[in-house]
Design a protein around this ligand. Structure first.
Ligand SMILES: [Zn+2]
Length: 427
């Protein structure tokens, strides 16, 4: 099947069986580790230090034996051993392009036109005939160029607008009858508001009907506004610059983000590096399989999430990432489970009668205790009902039982206080 030839799926990998995918990923992982070990001195050193031979890494599960490399490690390694920190795995003259992330981190790319990247845009509905403003930067970071090429691979025509220039973007969208937007949700909202400020009726005068987002979370309320008020179909992807691309993407079901098959994505306990199962929250760790120039193995993104294995009604078979719940720095481990600010907010936002709240993790003997402190919204709130609703919501969203709900007078929790506080003493 030709790539992006007009069917429901971009390519046949999207509908592989679970078994076929496991074999596909294991096979490519073995090749990637072997190639990195042979050609990238930093990868070789990392394996040697862990006492692991490339032949020991047969499956995704075997990756647990290797340490996680983080952004700060990469910056330091590149500073000591410029320019690529020993991760370059092909001759320097064969590097097709170099991207630069804050740090700086220099990221060599081999194979500039990566066809599979388009899966994410294809799933969002981009096709031949679409004219799309690509409002990501074309400088330094991979975003602008990679998204541009992916739009082309779906047959769409990108307009090279890049970031900023609100008025020019609005005029361009009008003049070219632009049908698609690629950027952040907040920037699309800015463009719509600007168009309305200068007297346009956005729905009547503009032709934008689909949007693809990454770079910031898409809140349910913004999504609702865009979809219902402006009839713009929205899809988001999870992209990370260092490993070079979108690791997961939404399908028309908009219920979780399917893993991209050109990476091995693990969810791990960021303190131990051990892999976690479906539904457990941990750090997203990624090994790119598509870029022979870059011998990066187990890159720790610092983002926390979990994944689900239930089949998706869209027909894509890759497991799905459940949004991004926060950063490793915000995560607090309670009785072996990570609890993250965003997740707690999600849990409590579903309970009526809460004005302010704070989750406090302490210890009683050898046991962690989780307390939810609540300022009720007024005198009329039934405390027993509120307590049982909080218990139920937090348990279902965070998978950790609440030990106690404590009611505080209004004004006890200051503005800007952290949502999750760890009061345990570590010595
Ligand atoms: Zn799906």
């Amino acid at each position: 099947m030709a790539l992006g030839s007009g069917g429901q799926f971009y390519d046949e990998l999207e509908t592989m069986t679970v078994e076929a995918r496991r074999e596909h990923l294991n096979q490519r992982l073995r090749e990637a580790v072997d190639h990195a070990y042979r050609n990238a001195p930093a990868a070789r050193e990392m394996l040697d230090r862990a006492g692991v031979r490339p032949a020991d890494i047969r499956t995704v599960e075997d990756l647990e034996r290797l340490p996680v490399t983080r952004k700060t490690d990469l910056i330091e390694l590149q500073r000591r051993n410029p320019p690529y920190g020993g991760f370059l795995a092909i001759p320097a003259e064969d590097v097709e392009r170099v991207f630069i992330s804050p740090g700086p981190i220099y990221e060599p790319l081999h194979g500039g036109r990566i066809k599979w990247f388009a899966r994410s845009f294809y799933a969002a509905g981009f096709r031949k005939g679409d004219i799309v403003v690509n409002t990501f930067t074309y400088h330094l970071s991979p975003a602008g160029l990679l998204f541009h090429e992916a739009l082309r691979d779906c047959g769409a025509t990108p307009v090279v607008t890049g970031t900023g220039n609100t008025d020019i973007q609005v005029q361009t969208m009008l003049d070219l009858r632009v049908t698609g937007f690629v950027g952040t949700p907040s920037f699309l909202m800015t463009l719509i508001r600007r168009a309305e400020e200068i007297g346009h009726d956005f729905r009547r005068d503009f032709a934008v009907r689909r949007a693809w987002f990454t770079g910031e979370p898409l809140s349910p309320s913004v999504r609702k506004t865009l979809e219902e008020d402006y009839h713009i179909s929205t899809c988001q992807a999870y992209a990370v610059t260092e490993p070079g691309g979108a690791l997961a993407y939404e399908c028309p079901e908009k219920n979780g983000l399917h893993f991209m098959d050109d990476y091995v994505v693990e969810i791990v306990d960021h303190e131990t590096g051990k892999q976690l199962g479906p539904g457990e929250i941990g750090e997203i760790v990624v090994t790119p399989l598509h870029n022979r120039a870059w011998g990066l193995i187990r890159f720790g993104t610092g983002d926390m999430s979990s994944y689900v294995t239930e089949p998706c009604p869209c027909g894509r078979t890759a497991y799905r990432l459940v949004g991004i719940m926060g950063r490793t720095g915000d995560a607090v481990k309670v009785r072996g489970m990570f609890v993250v600010t965003r997740q707690v907010e999600e849990a409590v936002s579903g309970v009526a009668g809460v004005s302010r709240f704070q989750v406090v993790v302490g210890r009683e003997g050898q046991r962690d205790r989780m307390t939810v402190r609540v300022e009720p919204a007024g005198e009329g709130v039934d405390r027993d009902t509120l307590t049982s609703e909080l218990n139920e919501r937090v348990q279902s969203v965070c998978r950790v039982r609440v030990d106690r709900v404590e009611f505080l007078p209004a004004g006890s929790i200051p503005d800007g206080a952290p949502r999750v506080v760890d009061e345990r003493k570590w010595d």
